[in-house]
Design a protein around this ligand. Structure first.
Ligand code: FES
Length: 149
């Protein structure tokens, strides 16, 4: 973790450590700021919140949302919740895994994006949502990312 990252983490922890249930908001804010949760944050947070390292690590590994390695150039979420599954998200996720396996994009599952009636749903970089995503539409979305970057 760089000095800048360490400063960011310290300021996030200092700002939120007195909140009830501070651990989750702190983890969310650090991931939002750094893109992931470096291993070095675990002892730092544990000490500041008077928790064991195992407790902090346990929360990080329990929630699929938390990332322990830096993400790729873009993060692609495919919704795997029930309504999207009924609309074919399992096949879409399999297609996405194959399509992205040698790319520098990060593929992650997500459990509902609020587009349940028009799934399968995909979110790219936590900014753009896409509905009724077929494998062909998925490939077009990924191709457009390459043109933008
Ligand atoms: S179940 Fe996929 S968007 Fe809600």
């Amino acid at each position: 973790m760089t000095d800048i990252s360490s400063d960011i983490v310290q300021s996030i922890v200092a700002a939120k450590r007195e909140l009830p249930g501070a651990l989750l908001p702190i983890l969310h804010d650090i991931q939002h700021a750094l893109g992931y949760l470096p291993g070095e944050v675990v002892p730092l947070i544990a000490k500041q919140l008077n928790l064991s390292r195992a407790e902090v690590h346990g929360v990080i590994t329990y929630y699929h949302h938390f990332r322990q390695t830096p993400p790729g150039s873009h993060v692609v979420h495919v919704c795997c919740a029930e309504a999207c599954q009924a609309n074919g998200s399992e096949a879409l996720a399999a297609h996405a895994r194959e399509r992205l396996k040698d790319s520098d994009l990060t593929l992650e599952p997500v459990y509902c994006l609020g587009l349940c009636s028009i799934g399968p749903a995909v979110q790219i970089d936590e900014t753009t949502l896409h509905a009724r995503v077929t494998p062909e539409k998925f490939d077009a979305l990924i191709g457009a990312l390459g043109e933008r970057s």
